[in-house]
Design a protein around this ligand. Structure first.
Ligand SMILES: [Zn+2]
Length: 396
């Protein structure tokens, strides 16, 4: 998913209540928290709303639970320890092959801001109900906080640290671990209780913001692995005008390629990220499959244009001799000569002179090839050095 809305379900455990009206058989329910996220580039970006559900353990009949009742159920039935176990139990590895990252991390202080969960939550002491994003001036998303009926809950927290202690981890790789409060229970004597976000545990990002590893959660071992990423960080080639990343995809299907090469090119105010498949299972080599072009003005991404090449374009690229060794000029010439239709274009506006987006618009071609655009406006408010972002017209 590139851009859209995604529903994420977190199972919080089982509880007993009145007899199920559907099957008239069971008193046991699975307790689920469902959150809707705005998704951009596979990242669960903005939690739009969340609600609780109770699912009959016998007949799977699903009851919507209003949020106030949901919090009451959480408080009455789930203490922290049990909740933690329940959250872990339902997680499933995303792919068959598992590689555990030998990650040792050092905590990172972001620009002198106190980014502790407690400090973040204190920003919303008197806020009206809603879901708020918290960013620094660099546009880095620190957290999302949901305010409802006077209760503040962190629904997303980016725990950032620097990866060290493995080959190639030279201090320029940032480890992002995504967490959420496990319960809306306001009584947490040990302070905030954060757990990993099950289906979005985090990523490893290099100095240019490229996600070099995308993590998933391995519930059996309470640790994380990655389903795609650079296995040996020292194998990334950094030069002045381009960076070459050898990616490995861990897939259970033998028909899927497992080796990809991403090349990041720098060209004036532009960054181009080209994706190549060196060798397909069918024997073809050097497939140029996609290209992302980012136009940057004053250090801020203005537009991001994505090209996913069809078979014809892939053939043209082979004829033009485009490979992972090609120069940025080769790539630009290829673009100009064949002018492929973009798969989508994302455009950003910003709050004042910050890197905090105040609006995101997304365009993609309809069935007739005409570009259709949707826009998400964001309200930005500055508070104690933080930037508080709220999606306008939040839909249910
Ligand atoms: Zn039932």
């Amino acid at each position: 998913m590139i851009f859209g809305v995604k529903n994420v379900q977190t199972e919080l455990g089982e509880f007993s209540s009145e007899k199920c009206v559907a099957c008239k058989d069971s008193y046991t329910y699975r307790f689920i928290k469902a959150t809707r996220f705005l998704v951009v580039f596979f990242i669960n970006l903005i939690p739009l709303s969340s609600r609780y559900e109770a699912v009959c353990a016998e007949c799977k009949d699903t009851l919507a639970v209003d949020n106030k009742t949901g919090r009451k159920i959480a408080k009455a039935n789930f203490n922290k320890r049990r909740l933690r176990l329940a959250v872990f139990t339902i997680l499933k590895p995303a792919v068959a092959a598992i590689v555990i990252a030998a990650a040792v991390a050092l905590p990172l202080t972001l620009r002198g801001l106190d980014t502790s969960p407690e400090a973040i939550k204190s920003l919303f002491a008197d806020s009206e109900d809603g879901i708020y994003g918290v960013e620094d001036s660099g546009g880095n998303m620190i957290a999302f906080v949901q305010v409802e009926n006077g209760v503040n809950t962190i629904t997303f927290y980016d725990d950032v640290s620097v990866l060290v202690g493995e080959p190639g981890a030279d201090g320029s790789f940032k480890l992002h671990e995504y967490r959420q409060e496990a319960t809306n229970d306001a009584e947490q004597p040990d302070g905030l209780f954060l757990v990993r976000i099950p289906d979005n545990p985090g990523m490893l990002v290099d100095r240019f913001g490229i996600p070099v590893r995308t993590y998933y959660y391995d519930s059996a071992n309470d640790t994380y692995g990655y389903s795609r990423g650079v296995v040996d960080l020292s194998s990334i080639s950094y030069t002045a005008d381009k960076v070459t990343y050898p990616f490995h995809y861990f897939t259970s299907s033998s028909d899927e390629p497992t080796e990809y090469v991403y090349v990041l090119y720098f060209s004036g105010g532009r960054e181009l990220l080209a994706q190549f498949i060196p060798k397909l299972p069918t024997g073809e080599t050097n497939q140029f499959v996609s290209l992302t072009v980012t136009d940057i003005v004053n250090g801020r991404d203005q537009t991001v244009t994505q090209y996913d090449f069809d078979d014809n374009m892939k053939k043209m690229a082979v004829q033009a001799g485009i490979t992972q060794e090609s120069s940025v000029q080769d790539i630009l010439d290829f673009l100009e000569q064949y002018s492929p239709a973009p798969s989508y274009v994302t455009a950003y506006t910003y709050y004042k002179n910050t890197k905090v987006p105040s609006g995101i618009s997304y365009s993609m071609p309809d069935a007739n090839g005409d570009m259709q655009t949707v826009t998400q406006a964001l309200t930005v408010q500055e508070k104690n050095g933080y930037y508080i972002v709220r999606a306008e017209n939040q839909s249910e």
